[in-house]
Write a protein that binds this ligand. Sequence first.
Ligand SMILES: [Fe+2]
Length: 192
Amino acid sequence: MSKNFIKIAERINILPLQMSLIRQPELFGKRTFRSDSYASPHLQMTDIWVRYNAYDNLQKDQDKFNDVHDSVWYPEASAIPQIRPIVNWLMSHVEGERLGGILITKIPPGGRIESHVDSGWHAEYYEKYYIPIQNDEGAIFGFEDGVIEPSLGEVYWFSNRRPHWVINNSKRDRIALIICIRSHKENICLGQ
Ligand SMILES: [Fe+2]
């Protein structure tokens, strides 16, 4: 059993969200902060920012954007209300007390995210949950002690404080929903 990821649910219904995203491809890639740096491991990704530190704060002080903050819903969230039941269910499922960032990421066929560790206040404060929205065979989420080759409907907790990477060797985009939650227990880190 991996110390870096655990399947925590299966057979949740992601199809309404999947359909909503297919109908609104223009939502991807509006905010490029994560992939702007040439050195970023997220260079090949196009994202939908659903919830995070208020975007105005990025213009005010980019260096402090990932520091302590309250997440807010972005305008994109209102275009995909199908995400709300998933988030509400997950908050309950993991005894969530504080909802952090929510991101939908897209990696094209042949694309990859190089191995990296996420850092900063937000990365360390919240637990991370991964829900595949479109993931054909050949698209994998890798860790030092195993890989996630998910089926749709599954939900995973994972540690972004250990090296992780993504390879999309499938013929379609790999689309993933990432939800960040601080849970009730002081240290709920499932991998320890
Ligand atoms: Fe990461």
